[in-house]
Design a binder for this molecule. Structure first.
Ligand SMILES: [Zn+2]
Length: 235
């Protein structure tokens, strides 16, 4: 029996994962640990086998973006060539709707080394954002709002980011939030080593959350013309 709590529930429970394989999730006990979830969100820099495992164990839909350490293809020891976690949707430059929740995604980090895959200048990231415009406009016309959740790997500039080039956030993400007012921006990329590190910041109408290494978020279902409302659930 699927673990969905969608039927008859007014909220959606989301497991967000990022950057690190967490042993308590990469284990047979994952269902007991996280309970039932409705959606899995990957915020980047995770091996495919890990996303694959989480998706198959929880048997729920999954969307993800690549981090700056992403690879197009993974070669597994069983001689399999893997182009992505099975059953998961690569959200980069895409809008996607799951059970009434409107999502969009932007992969990678700010460019810090020459000719890299999954790294972007501000201008290149704007180009990625332009690709979201048709989907966002369609959402606005159909649902009365642009989107609920922006899924990224890197943070916005000045929010949870760090001074070194590789960990600076994108200025264009701030403009994106100004314009499209997602209720949530979920990102990874910034590893957290201290318990007093800020990982949750309100920016205008958006709750910016560093999900490293995982978070369980309880989302109230959106009504037409209104964004989803969220609160964090205790794992
Ligand atoms: Zn990263």
């Amino acid at each position: 029996m699927a673990m969905s709590r969608s039927a008859g529930s007014s909220s959606m429970r989301v497991l967000a994962i990022s950057d690190k394989v967490v042993p308590i999730l990469y284990s047979a006990g994952i269902r007991e640990r996280v309970g039932g979830v409705d959606l899995i969100v990957g915020c980047g820099d995770l091996p495919y086998y890990y996303i694959d495992f989480v998706v198959s164990m929880l048997d729920r839909p999954c969307v993800f973006v690549h981090g700056n350490h992403g690879r197009e293809v993974e070669y597994w020891s069983n001689h399999r060539t893997v182009h992505g976690p099975s059953g998961a949707v690569d959200l980069h430059r895409r809008t996607f709707s799951e059970a009434g929740l409107l999502l969009a995604g932007l992969e990678g980090s700010l460019r810090y080394s020459p000719a890299p895959r999954f790294q972007y200048t501000e201008t290149q990231m704007w180009w990625n954002i332009y690709h979201l415009f048709p989907g966002l406009l369609a959402n606005r016309l159909r649902h009365g709002r642009w989107l609920d959740v922006l899924v990224t790997h890197a943070p916005p500039a000045g929010i949870h980011d760090q001074p070194d080039r590789a960990h600076q956030g994108f200025r264009c993400f701030r403009t994106f939030m100004d314009w499209f007012k997602p209720r949530y921006l979920l990102h990874g990329h910034i590893h957290v080593y201290r318990h007093d590190t800020v990982t949750r910041t309100r920016y205008r109408e958006t709750e910016v959350v560093n999900v490293y290494p995982f978070r369980i978020l309880e989302l109230e279902r959106a009504r037409v013309g209104r964004s989803a409302r969220f609160q964090e659930a205790r794992p």
